[in-house]
Write a protein that binds this ligand. Sequence first.
Ligand SMILES: NC(=O)c1ccc[n+]([C@@H]2O[C@H](COP(=O)([O-])OP(=O)(O)OC[C@H]3O[C@@H](n4cnc5c(N)ncnc54)[C@H](O)[C@@H]3O)[C@@H](O)[C@H]2O)c1
Length: 336
Amino acid sequence: MKALVVGLGSMGGKRMRILKEMGIETIGVDMREARRQQAWQQYGVRAFPDFEAALLEKPDLLLVCTWPHDHMRYVRRALEQGIHVFSEDTCMDDLDQLTEVIELARSKPHLVAAPSCTMRYHVCIQKIKEIIDSGVLGPRERSFATYHGGSYLPDWHTYEGLGDYYAGQRKTGGGCDMITFEFDWLCWLLGDVRKVSALARKNATYDADIFDTYQILAELEAGNILTATIDVVTRYANRYFRYVTEKGEIYWEINTHTVRLHTGDTDTWRIISEKPVSGPASSWSLFDIYRDEVRVFLEACQGKTKYPIGFDNDLRMCRLVQACEKSSEEGVFVSL
Ligand SMILES: NC(=O)c1ccc[n+]([C@@H]2O[C@H](COP(=O)([O-])OP(=O)(O)OC[C@H]3O[C@@H](n4cnc5c(N)ncnc54)[C@H](O)[C@@H]3O)[C@@H](O)[C@H]2O)c1
Protein backbone atom coordinates (compact mmCIF):
# COMPACT_ATOMS: atom_id res chain seq x y z
CA MET A 1 0.00 0.00 0.00
CA LYS A 2 1.15 3.53 -0.74
CA ALA A 3 -0.25 6.47 1.27
CA LEU A 4 -0.45 10.14 0.36
CA VAL A 5 -0.77 12.69 3.17
CA VAL A 6 -1.95 16.17 2.20
CA GLY A 7 -1.26 18.87 4.81
CA LEU A 8 2.03 18.18 6.59
CA GLY A 9 1.49 20.26 9.73
CA SER A 10 0.73 19.12 13.25
CA MET A 11 -1.73 16.31 12.44
CA GLY A 12 -0.10 15.44 9.12
CA GLY A 13 3.16 14.95 11.04
CA LYS A 14 1.49 12.56 13.47
CA ARG A 15 -0.15 10.59 10.66
CA MET A 16 3.18 10.38 8.74
CA ARG A 17 4.95 9.12 11.86
CA ILE A 18 2.32 6.42 12.38
CA LEU A 19 2.34 5.33 8.73
CA LYS A 20 6.12 5.13 8.87
CA GLU A 21 5.98 3.03 12.07
CA MET A 22 3.55 0.72 10.30
CA GLY A 23 5.91 0.32 7.35
CA ILE A 24 3.58 2.02 4.83
CA GLU A 25 5.29 3.76 1.93
CA THR A 26 4.24 7.43 2.24
CA ILE A 27 4.44 10.55 0.11
CA GLY A 28 3.12 14.02 0.98
CA VAL A 29 1.78 17.35 -0.25
CA ASP A 30 1.99 20.77 1.38
CA MET A 31 1.77 24.27 -0.04
CA ARG A 32 4.65 25.39 2.23
CA GLU A 33 8.20 24.51 1.35
CA ALA A 34 9.33 24.45 5.00
CA ARG A 35 6.73 21.76 5.79
CA ARG A 36 7.82 19.69 2.80
CA GLN A 37 11.44 19.87 3.93
CA GLN A 38 10.46 18.95 7.47
CA ALA A 39 8.55 15.90 6.18
CA TRP A 40 11.66 14.71 4.41
CA GLN A 41 14.02 15.43 7.31
CA GLN A 42 11.83 13.94 10.07
CA TYR A 43 10.06 11.08 8.31
CA GLY A 44 11.88 10.51 5.03
CA VAL A 45 8.65 11.46 3.24
CA ARG A 46 9.05 12.89 -0.27
CA ALA A 47 6.62 15.79 -0.55
CA PHE A 48 5.17 17.69 -3.49
CA PRO A 49 3.80 21.25 -3.71
CA ASP A 50 1.13 20.09 -6.16
CA PHE A 51 -1.62 17.60 -5.27
CA GLU A 52 -2.27 16.50 -8.85
CA ALA A 53 1.44 15.75 -9.34
CA ALA A 54 1.36 13.57 -6.22
CA LEU A 55 -1.67 11.67 -7.56
CA LEU A 56 0.45 10.63 -10.57
CA GLU A 57 2.49 8.55 -8.07
CA LYS A 58 -0.61 6.33 -7.79
CA PRO A 59 -1.27 6.23 -4.03
CA ASP A 60 -3.78 3.65 -2.74
CA LEU A 61 -4.95 5.84 0.10
CA LEU A 62 -5.15 9.51 0.96
CA LEU A 63 -5.08 11.14 4.40
CA VAL A 64 -6.39 14.73 4.32
CA CYS A 65 -4.77 16.78 7.09
CA THR A 66 -5.30 20.32 5.78
CA TRP A 67 -7.41 22.96 7.54
CA PRO A 68 -10.91 22.01 8.76
CA HIS A 69 -12.86 24.01 6.13
CA ASP A 70 -10.84 22.66 3.20
CA HIS A 71 -10.94 18.85 3.18
CA MET A 72 -13.73 18.04 0.78
CA ARG A 73 -12.04 18.93 -2.50
CA TYR A 74 -9.32 16.38 -1.66
CA VAL A 75 -11.82 13.79 -0.45
CA ARG A 76 -13.78 14.21 -3.69
CA ARG A 77 -10.65 13.87 -5.88
CA ALA A 78 -9.64 10.71 -4.02
CA LEU A 79 -13.05 9.11 -4.54
CA GLU A 80 -13.03 10.13 -8.23
CA GLN A 81 -9.59 8.52 -8.60
CA GLY A 82 -10.65 5.30 -6.84
CA ILE A 83 -8.53 5.95 -3.73
CA HIS A 84 -9.57 5.19 -0.14
CA VAL A 85 -9.66 8.39 1.89
CA PHE A 86 -9.42 9.48 5.53
CA SER A 87 -10.01 13.07 6.56
CA GLU A 88 -9.30 14.99 9.76
CA ASP A 89 -12.03 16.80 11.69
CA THR A 90 -14.11 18.84 9.23
CA CYS A 91 -15.74 22.15 10.12
CA MET A 92 -17.05 23.97 7.05
CA ASP A 93 -19.93 26.20 6.03
CA ASP A 94 -20.36 24.99 2.45
CA LEU A 95 -22.65 22.07 3.22
CA ASP A 96 -23.41 21.51 -0.49
CA GLN A 97 -19.81 20.39 -0.98
CA LEU A 98 -20.15 17.99 1.92
CA THR A 99 -23.45 16.63 0.58
CA GLU A 100 -21.87 16.03 -2.86
CA VAL A 101 -19.08 14.03 -1.23
CA ILE A 102 -21.61 11.94 0.71
CA GLU A 103 -23.42 11.13 -2.55
CA LEU A 104 -20.16 10.31 -4.32
CA ALA A 105 -19.04 8.04 -1.46
CA ARG A 106 -22.41 6.24 -1.61
CA SER A 107 -21.92 5.59 -5.30
CA LYS A 108 -18.52 3.96 -4.58
CA PRO A 109 -19.19 1.52 -1.75
CA HIS A 110 -15.96 -0.41 -2.51
CA LEU A 111 -13.96 2.64 -1.36
CA VAL A 112 -13.46 3.61 2.28
CA ALA A 113 -14.51 7.22 2.94
CA ALA A 114 -13.46 7.76 6.52
CA PRO A 115 -13.90 10.94 8.54
CA SER A 116 -11.84 11.17 11.70
CA CYS A 117 -13.51 10.31 15.02
CA THR A 118 -10.40 10.35 17.19
CA MET A 119 -11.96 10.47 20.64
CA ARG A 120 -13.98 7.29 20.06
CA TYR A 121 -10.67 5.44 20.42
CA HIS A 122 -10.04 6.85 23.89
CA VAL A 123 -10.22 3.97 26.37
CA CYS A 124 -12.09 6.04 28.98
CA ILE A 125 -14.74 7.13 26.48
CA GLN A 126 -15.16 3.52 25.34
CA LYS A 127 -15.61 2.54 29.00
CA ILE A 128 -18.22 5.25 29.55
CA LYS A 129 -20.12 4.05 26.47
CA GLU A 130 -20.03 0.48 27.77
CA ILE A 131 -21.55 1.60 31.10
CA ILE A 132 -24.27 3.75 29.52
CA ASP A 133 -25.20 1.02 27.00
CA SER A 134 -25.25 -1.67 29.72
CA GLY A 135 -28.29 0.05 31.26
CA VAL A 136 -26.86 -0.17 34.78
CA LEU A 137 -27.74 3.51 35.23
CA GLY A 138 -31.15 3.14 33.60
CA PRO A 139 -32.26 4.34 30.16
CA ARG A 140 -30.56 7.28 28.44
CA GLU A 141 -33.83 9.21 28.20
CA ARG A 142 -33.78 9.61 31.98
CA SER A 143 -30.29 11.11 32.04
CA PHE A 144 -28.60 14.46 31.81
CA ALA A 145 -24.95 15.10 31.09
CA THR A 146 -22.64 18.04 31.58
CA TYR A 147 -19.38 18.60 29.76
CA HIS A 148 -16.58 21.11 29.83
CA GLY A 149 -13.74 20.82 27.35
CA GLY A 150 -11.31 23.70 27.47
CA SER A 151 -7.84 24.59 26.27
CA TYR A 152 -5.91 27.78 25.53
CA LEU A 153 -5.60 28.53 21.83
CA PRO A 154 -2.17 30.25 21.96
CA ASP A 155 -0.82 27.03 23.53
CA TRP A 156 -1.84 24.89 20.55
CA HIS A 157 0.90 25.78 18.05
CA THR A 158 3.50 27.66 20.03
CA TYR A 159 5.82 27.74 16.98
CA GLU A 160 3.50 29.90 14.83
CA GLY A 161 1.08 32.80 15.23
CA LEU A 162 -2.68 32.39 15.32
CA GLY A 163 -2.83 34.17 11.98
CA ASP A 164 -0.51 31.58 10.38
CA TYR A 165 -2.96 28.68 10.44
CA TYR A 166 -6.67 28.01 10.57
CA ALA A 167 -7.22 28.48 14.31
CA GLY A 168 -7.22 32.30 14.15
CA GLN A 169 -10.21 32.56 11.78
CA ARG A 170 -13.80 31.35 12.20
CA LYS A 171 -14.16 30.95 8.43
CA THR A 172 -11.31 28.42 8.30
CA GLY A 173 -12.71 26.45 11.23
CA GLY A 174 -11.08 28.28 14.18
CA GLY A 175 -12.88 27.81 17.51
CA CYS A 176 -15.82 25.95 15.97
CA ASP A 177 -13.66 22.92 15.03
CA MET A 178 -13.76 22.02 18.72
CA ILE A 179 -17.57 21.72 18.50
CA THR A 180 -17.41 19.23 15.62
CA PHE A 181 -14.53 17.40 17.30
CA GLU A 182 -16.15 17.07 20.74
CA PHE A 183 -19.76 16.51 19.68
CA ASP A 184 -18.76 13.50 17.58
CA TRP A 185 -18.00 11.43 20.68
CA LEU A 186 -20.61 13.15 22.87
CA CYS A 187 -23.32 12.14 20.37
CA TRP A 188 -21.82 8.66 20.10
CA LEU A 189 -22.40 8.28 23.85
CA LEU A 190 -25.61 10.24 24.26
CA GLY A 191 -27.42 10.25 20.89
CA ASP A 192 -27.80 12.80 18.10
CA VAL A 193 -28.80 16.39 18.81
CA ARG A 194 -32.47 17.24 18.19
CA LYS A 195 -32.39 20.93 19.12
CA VAL A 196 -29.99 23.43 20.64
CA SER A 197 -29.88 26.73 22.38
CA ALA A 198 -26.43 28.29 22.53
CA LEU A 199 -24.33 31.34 23.20
CA ALA A 200 -21.20 31.80 21.11
CA ARG A 201 -18.83 34.45 22.44
CA LYS A 202 -15.41 35.95 22.08
CA ASN A 203 -14.00 36.32 25.58
CA ALA A 204 -10.22 36.12 25.15
CA THR A 205 -8.08 39.11 24.22
CA TYR A 206 -5.66 37.23 21.94
CA ASP A 207 -5.80 38.16 18.29
CA ALA A 208 -8.25 35.73 16.66
CA ASP A 209 -11.45 36.37 14.75
CA ILE A 210 -13.38 33.46 16.24
CA PHE A 211 -15.92 32.51 18.88
CA ASP A 212 -13.61 31.21 21.59
CA THR A 213 -16.43 30.06 23.90
CA TYR A 214 -19.57 28.10 23.09
CA GLN A 215 -22.12 27.45 25.81
CA ILE A 216 -24.60 24.87 24.50
CA LEU A 217 -27.82 23.42 25.86
CA ALA A 218 -28.83 20.44 23.71
CA GLU A 219 -31.80 18.12 23.67
CA LEU A 220 -30.78 14.74 22.30
CA GLU A 221 -32.78 12.20 20.33
CA ALA A 222 -34.05 10.24 23.34
CA GLY A 223 -35.13 13.48 25.04
CA ASN A 224 -32.05 13.46 27.29
CA ILE A 225 -30.18 16.70 27.97
CA LEU A 226 -26.57 17.81 27.53
CA THR A 227 -25.09 21.10 28.63
CA ALA A 228 -21.65 21.67 27.16
CA THR A 229 -19.08 24.43 27.46
CA ILE A 230 -16.44 24.16 24.80
CA ASP A 231 -13.80 26.84 24.77
CA VAL A 232 -10.28 27.77 23.78
CA VAL A 233 -9.80 30.20 26.68
CA THR A 234 -9.04 27.79 29.55
CA ARG A 235 -5.39 27.96 30.62
CA TYR A 236 -5.29 24.48 32.17
CA ALA A 237 -6.42 22.22 29.29
CA ASN A 238 -8.76 19.52 30.52
CA ARG A 239 -12.02 17.69 29.82
CA TYR A 240 -14.68 17.05 32.48
CA PHE A 241 -17.75 14.89 31.80
CA ARG A 242 -20.62 13.93 34.11
CA TYR A 243 -23.53 11.64 33.27
CA VAL A 244 -26.31 11.55 35.85
CA THR A 245 -29.46 9.49 36.41
CA GLU A 246 -31.40 8.69 39.57
CA LYS A 247 -29.54 5.36 39.68
CA GLY A 248 -26.09 6.92 39.86
CA GLU A 249 -23.44 8.84 38.04
CA ILE A 250 -20.37 8.61 35.84
CA TYR A 251 -17.56 11.16 36.20
CA TRP A 252 -14.57 11.43 33.88
CA GLU A 253 -11.74 13.91 33.88
CA ILE A 254 -9.28 13.32 31.07
CA ASN A 255 -6.18 14.47 32.95
CA THR A 256 -6.69 11.96 35.78
CA HIS A 257 -6.99 8.98 33.37
CA THR A 258 -9.91 7.63 35.37
CA VAL A 259 -13.59 6.95 34.94
CA ARG A 260 -15.51 6.94 38.25
CA LEU A 261 -18.83 5.20 38.67
CA HIS A 262 -21.30 5.78 41.50
CA THR A 263 -24.27 3.44 41.48
CA GLY A 264 -26.37 5.22 44.09
CA ASP A 265 -26.57 2.30 46.51
CA THR A 266 -23.18 2.91 48.09
CA ASP A 267 -21.22 5.84 49.43
CA THR A 268 -18.16 5.03 47.39
CA TRP A 269 -17.08 5.72 43.86
CA ARG A 270 -15.74 2.79 41.89
CA ILE A 271 -12.68 3.66 39.85
CA ILE A 272 -13.21 1.47 36.86
CA SER A 273 -10.45 2.52 34.54
CA GLU A 274 -7.21 3.99 35.68
CA LYS A 275 -4.19 4.84 33.55
CA PRO A 276 -5.78 3.03 30.63
CA VAL A 277 -2.69 3.05 28.48
CA SER A 278 0.74 1.68 29.25
CA GLY A 279 3.51 3.82 30.68
CA PRO A 280 3.48 6.44 33.41
CA ALA A 281 0.60 8.90 33.34
CA SER A 282 2.97 11.75 32.58
CA SER A 283 4.05 10.11 29.33
CA TRP A 284 0.51 9.39 28.22
CA SER A 285 -0.64 11.30 25.19
CA LEU A 286 -3.35 11.30 22.56
CA PHE A 287 -0.83 9.61 20.30
CA ASP A 288 -2.08 6.14 21.19
CA ILE A 289 -5.56 6.92 19.94
CA TYR A 290 -4.22 8.48 16.75
CA ARG A 291 -2.43 5.21 16.10
CA ASP A 292 -5.60 3.16 16.71
CA GLU A 293 -7.54 5.43 14.39
CA VAL A 294 -5.06 4.97 11.52
CA ARG A 295 -4.97 1.21 12.15
CA VAL A 296 -8.77 0.95 11.84
CA PHE A 297 -8.70 3.01 8.63
CA LEU A 298 -6.02 0.74 7.14
CA GLU A 299 -7.89 -2.40 8.21
CA ALA A 300 -11.05 -1.02 6.59
CA CYS A 301 -9.08 -0.40 3.38
CA GLN A 302 -7.94 -4.04 3.46
CA GLY A 303 -11.55 -5.19 3.93
CA LYS A 304 -10.80 -6.56 7.43
CA THR A 305 -13.23 -4.27 9.26
CA LYS A 306 -15.93 -1.70 8.59
CA TYR A 307 -15.02 1.94 9.27
CA PRO A 308 -17.41 3.16 12.02
CA ILE A 309 -18.78 6.36 10.45
CA GLY A 310 -19.26 8.14 7.13
CA PHE A 311 -19.30 11.79 6.01
CA ASP A 312 -22.99 12.09 6.91
CA ASN A 313 -21.64 12.32 10.46
CA ASP A 314 -19.52 15.36 9.50
CA LEU A 315 -22.58 16.93 7.89
CA ARG A 316 -24.52 16.55 11.17
CA MET A 317 -21.63 18.12 13.10
CA CYS A 318 -21.32 21.10 10.70
CA ARG A 319 -25.08 21.65 10.86
CA LEU A 320 -24.79 21.65 14.64
CA VAL A 321 -22.18 24.44 14.55
CA GLN A 322 -24.45 26.51 12.32
CA ALA A 323 -27.43 25.82 14.61
CA CYS A 324 -25.44 26.93 17.68
CA GLU A 325 -24.37 30.17 16.02
CA LYS A 326 -27.89 30.85 14.70
CA SER A 327 -29.31 30.24 18.16
CA SER A 328 -26.76 32.60 19.68
CA GLU A 329 -27.49 35.32 17.15
CA GLU A 330 -31.28 35.06 17.24
CA GLY A 331 -31.80 34.03 20.87
CA VAL A 332 -33.91 30.98 19.96
CA PHE A 333 -33.81 27.18 20.13
CA VAL A 334 -32.81 25.74 16.73
CA SER A 335 -33.97 22.28 15.62
CA LEU A 336 -31.70 20.00 13.61
N1 LIG B 1 -7.68 14.32 15.40
C1 LIG B 1 -7.30 15.22 16.26
O1 LIG B 1 -7.14 14.97 17.45
C2 LIG B 1 -6.98 16.60 15.78
C3 LIG B 1 -6.25 17.47 16.60
C4 LIG B 1 -5.94 18.74 16.09
C5 LIG B 1 -6.37 19.11 14.84
N2 LIG B 1 -7.12 18.24 14.10
C6 LIG B 1 -7.58 18.60 12.75
O2 LIG B 1 -6.52 18.33 11.84
C7 LIG B 1 -6.55 19.24 10.75
C8 LIG B 1 -5.19 19.92 10.59
O3 LIG B 1 -4.86 20.62 11.77
P1 LIG B 1 -3.35 20.96 12.11
O4 LIG B 1 -3.32 21.45 13.49
O5 LIG B 1 -2.47 19.83 11.71
O6 LIG B 1 -3.09 22.19 11.11
P2 LIG B 1 -1.66 22.68 10.59
O7 LIG B 1 -1.84 24.09 10.16
O8 LIG B 1 -0.62 22.35 11.57
O9 LIG B 1 -1.40 21.76 9.32
C9 LIG B 1 -2.09 21.92 8.12
C10 LIG B 1 -1.08 21.88 6.98
O10 LIG B 1 -1.81 21.93 5.78
C11 LIG B 1 -1.15 22.79 4.89
N3 LIG B 1 -2.16 23.25 3.97
C12 LIG B 1 -3.23 24.03 4.23
N4 LIG B 1 -3.98 24.18 3.14
C13 LIG B 1 -3.36 23.49 2.16
C14 LIG B 1 -3.66 23.27 0.81
N5 LIG B 1 -4.75 23.79 0.24
N6 LIG B 1 -2.81 22.50 0.07
C15 LIG B 1 -1.70 21.99 0.64
N7 LIG B 1 -1.38 22.16 1.93
C16 LIG B 1 -2.21 22.89 2.68
C17 LIG B 1 -0.53 23.87 5.74
O11 LIG B 1 0.58 24.48 5.12
C18 LIG B 1 -0.13 23.07 6.98
O12 LIG B 1 1.19 22.60 6.90
C19 LIG B 1 -7.71 20.19 11.04
O13 LIG B 1 -8.85 19.74 10.37
C20 LIG B 1 -7.91 20.06 12.54
O14 LIG B 1 -9.24 20.33 12.93
C21 LIG B 1 -7.40 16.99 14.53
